[in-house]
Design a protein around this ligand. Sequence first.
Ligand code: NDP
Length: 271
Amino acid sequence: MSDLRNLIIIGSGPAAWTAAIYAARAKLNPLVLAGEQSGGQLMNTMLVENFPGFPEGILGPELMVNMRKQAIRLGVEVIDKDVTKLTQNSKLKTTNYNLNLKTSNKAEFMAKAVIIATGATANTLKLPGEKRLMGRGVGVCAVCDAPLYKDAERVFVIGGGDSAIEEAMALAKYAKEIIILVRKNKMRATAIMQDHIKQRNNIKIWYNSEALEFLGEKNLEQVKIIKGGKESLCSAKGLFYAIGHTPATKFLVGSGIKVDDNGYIFIKGGE
Ligand code: NDP
């Protein structure tokens, strides 16, 4: 027999905890299915300087622990399991109780309402050295971290889309040299974005170039790069991925909730 809940929130990033805090204060008794790796993308971030209320900044994992504690203090129940399946019981469509959820520990829940706040994971290449140096020079959000690279001699960005340019532009205000590694001989970024970088003399583009490995003791020091078929070791303080995101929506297969080709949920009227 499924456990019937008023509101289930799936996820454990800032959106999920915000929803949980508001729902708890509205006395909706929310349950958060936080996932086995609670905390979302901020768990891989070092100093967060753009979240109001922390004049000295706050470490990403600490911020997420605080949000979770705040929700729990307000009475939110949290289960650290992944949702593996969400289905809608069409027979009960006329009632409010038609959402069924299964979790990674085989628990089953019914819910009157579900908030999906599972976010998206930045794509990376899983290169040698990446796991160890993630958050220590290797990152996925230069827009968030750019000020940490003030006066850095060189920072790389991987990608050829608008995000790569946006990341490079954010870094260009701080680092001395930014090099965008584009795997093909052209960028796919929109023309206007490509125009932006022409006005920045500290942004360079290396075409036909890919990163192969990250090296460094405690922090990133060098990136092994193949450029035009030739391998070399290049010193760098930072490297940011801008090669797209994958939304965490696989559990929606078979749910009747429509997603686009990349896995992003269509909102009503958005198709
Ligand atoms: P995109 O999918 O547009 O681009 C991803 C880039 O990553 C591509 O250049 C792709 O290369 C590259 N890439 C993918 N896999 C690899 C790999 N294994 N190795 C090396 N490079 C790889 O994603 P974006 O995040 O840039 O943009 C997503 C959407 O958001 C777009 O519609 C974009 O226009 C929009 N956007 C708009 C902005 C704005 O207007 N200010 C800012 C940021 C994003 P390849 O080209 O070779 O396939």
